[in-house]
Design a protein. Sequence first.
Length: 294
Amino acid sequence: MARQLRGTLQDLHTTQLLHLINLAKKTGTLKLYEGVPTGKDLIMGDGETRRPEVVPGKERARVSFREGKLIFAQMGGQDPHLATVLHKAGKLNDQQHRVIRERAAKASDKALALLLINANYVTQMDVVQSIKQNTLDIVYDLVSWNFEPFIFEEGEQPPPDRITVPIDLENVIIQCTIRMRELDHLAKELPNLDFALRFPEAPGEKLKGIQLGVEEWRVVSFINPKNSIRQIARACNMTDMEIRRIVYALLNAGLVELVKPVDASRPKTPTRMLGATPPQRTVVTKLIDRIKNL
């Protein structure tokens, strides 16, 4: 590869780019952008096929590599702060996350990690595993992208204050292939993330013996006909694939129903993000209490 490789994911898919980087043991950063149409068409190799030309717009994601190993990933629109990554992994509770996020907003990842480890909030392994999983979640989500322009900047590395975790690409590529098949299924079952969710009035027998993980509880706490699935994903710092998987499981369990947003013309930020207190003893809170008491 040249020092700077440019193209779109229509030319080279994410898994193909990972193959190239792995085989060539490259060091650098892959940046993916929103595609901005130029109004022109590109004529493909057969001389007959055309497709709209796009140029890089706003950066959507970046993934860094060192000597062919995946070391770092960041998604646009997601909070990259270490406290948020640890919270998403279930290593910090809601109150701890809120306080640390506010008081250490400008702290570097390395400084904050050292502080949290010394204060016995988390262990070094918690930090490493949480960052590793967050990096993988972002890369796995990129397999669903098909049109975005990209630029690979050879030699470019993350800022020195960010914590990087080396990950072998061979297994990542295999998992990406598996997840592409899973994503096709999820996209067919749940194609529109702009729909909202609500709890059924009478969940009945389906609630017996139900067990939800940390991420499922986080999604459940935001369920409201005013909040689209896309907004819930943003509030929970989740990728499209992650939210699809959780919502699909909740739908199959009969715990939620798909509905059109209350005001589709004016999307609202999820209630908890605004700091508002939800109405007391609504169907939502009753259902959550009932699940917890099973």
